[in-house]
Ligand binder design. Structure first.
Ligand code: SAH
Length: 201
């Protein structure tokens, strides 16, 4: 998976590859899909949600330009896999999940990652209690970037999120520049919808 899907596609940061070597992805997929755990695609995790494709997890992590000393926020814990990858790279990860049953399962899987703090609730408004962050990653598709998430970024740090409707979105990277925000677009992606106050109704 690491050789073909991640470094083979140009993502070669040693810390990133090391995180993918360390986290056992098969512990984050439903037991009946264990054979597919390292395949090049997203996998359903129940309740209409998915664990993202490994390359997309890697790309979004890479786009946050992490060095190791950061505190980051992930919106959409899902299986917990993305949070575990981030935990291997940075100092502290806050992750928030809307669906209680998924949050409960992820909390168990993530209990051995001491630098991950799991929250349950509507992450479309972020997690202001621990803001500001050195990076924010949204793992569900938003209609547009929520200003409240941008407001929780530190200066010169990035927010990565898919923006668009059902089935197809564009990955956007927003960088704070003082009181302004620059936006760059990356590749087309397909995420489940973001719910909650700033998500899809
Ligand atoms: N990062 C996950 C993939 C998550 S799929 C992983 O590595 O497995 C997207 C997740 O976002 C789903 O679990 C969904 O329930 C959650 N979600 C959707 N809207 C949300 C919101 N407003 N706040 C928090 N989580 C949300």
């Amino acid at each position: 998976m690491v050789l073909k899907q991640i470094s083979g596609r140009g993502l070669k940061d040693p810390q990133l590859l090391d995180a993918f070597e360390k986290v056992p992805r098969h512990l984050f997929v439903p037991p009946e899909d264990i054979d597919l755990a390292y395949a090049d695609n997203a996998i359903p995790i129940g309740l209409g949600q998915t664990i993202s494709q490994p390359y997309i997890v890697a790309l979004m992590t890479h786009l946050l330009e992490l060095k190791g000393n950061e505190r980051v926020l992930e919106v959409g814990t899902g299986s917990g896999y993305q949070a575990a990858i981030l935990a291997c790279i940075v100092k502290e990860v806050h992750t928030i999940e809307y669906i209680q049953a998924l949050a409960d399962k992820a909390r168990v899987r993530l209990s051995e990652y001491e630098n991950v703090l799991c929250h349950t609730g509507d992450g479309s408004s972020g997690w202001p209690e621990a803001a500001p962050y050195d990076g924010i990653l949204v793992a569900a598709a938003a209609p547009r970037v929520p200003q409240t998430l941008l407001d929780q970024l530190k200066d010169n740090k990035c927010l990565v999120l898919p923006v668009g409707g059902e089935g197809y979105q564009v990955l956007e990277v927003w960088r704070r520049k003082g009181s302004q925000f620059d936006c760059k677009t990356e590749i087309g992606v397909a995420f489940v919808p973001l719910r909650g106050k700033y998500g899809w109704k």
